[in-house]
Design a protein around this ligand. Sequence first.
Ligand SMILES: [Zn+2]
Ligand SMILES: [Zn+2]
Ligand SMILES: [Zn+2]
Length: 165
Amino acid sequence: MNSPCDHDHLDKARSAGEVERILDGVEASCVSEGERMTAPRRRVLELLLTAGEPVKAYDLIARFGANGEAAKPPTVYRALEFLERRGAVHRIASISAYVACSAHGDDVRAHAAAFLICDCCGSTAEVAVPLSELGLGAAAKAAGYDIQHTTIEGHGKCAHCQVSA
Ligand SMILES: [Zn+2]
Ligand SMILES: [Zn+2]
Ligand SMILES: [Zn+2]
């Protein structure tokens, strides 16, 4: 992501070994619940894990092929839909981008996700916030509502940008 600020930023990209380890773990958790980690699903998650930061869907489509060829958009969107439902990937609506879950490693399951988004460098940090602590779970239950997934987005400045500004 392009930074409007000119100070140095932390590189959050994951190493190839780390990406491979998480991919295998997510695949194992899918298989154990009777779901298939197809090649497109694995590839999309690999791209997001490697980036270590939010990526727009059209960039995932463009980077999809190992030899630089683009994917068919529905292939990527279907993979994203699956990975989001599994809790392995989250969509951050305010920046219309997707990011690999960083709160649960390879032990993925559906969960409420809360993001702290830096408006200076564009970095995002996922923090674990139990739905019960937001009061949203109880409110939904009282309304007879079945929440499928929740993503909270907080905008501001990361610790790094606050000291560097
Ligand atoms: Zn998560
Ligand atoms: Zn920042
Ligand atoms: Zn900054």
